[in-house]
Design a protein around this ligand. Sequence first.
Ligand code: CUA
Length: 173
Amino acid sequence: MNWRKLRIFLVTVLVLCVIPATRYYQIDVPLLRFLGGSHVDPLSLHLSGEFVENNLGTEQDADGSVTVRMIAEQYLFVPHCILVPAGIPVHLRITSADAVHSLVFDGTEYAVKVLPGAISRAELQFPRTGEYKTVCREFCGAGHYAMRSELKVVRRDQFPALRPEERGNCAAQ
Ligand code: CUA
């Protein structure tokens, strides 16, 4: 292989790596499925599977961590207010019922791109108790700027004492 061919080869490899690494969220959902990404049917989220209504919100895992399941849809996040314990790993699983959204916890560096048809996963942890505004940072339509919800971080010893329905809905606090 001469230098010219080698150079073309290296540039090609670089381009093929850089595009998926930086624009992964723009890869089409069918391609994502082909690549083995976890997927769900955005039209039947409320009917069956992991994202049915009574499965949304915060769930305590056997190892002491918690899992939060959410749906992003025009123009709200469901549940509208979520509760998590402080200083405990939070496994977030979120999908979209319609457009592409981006879930951002204001005041943190966490930002999660949410696509219809795919489950976005993120590992979060909130060291201190407090309240965070949850906002959408991806323009998703007319109501985008009103797409807001809340995250409350409570003491880690307070959380296990809550009833399951209180964990998923801050209004009960
Ligand atoms: Cu959802 Cu912007």
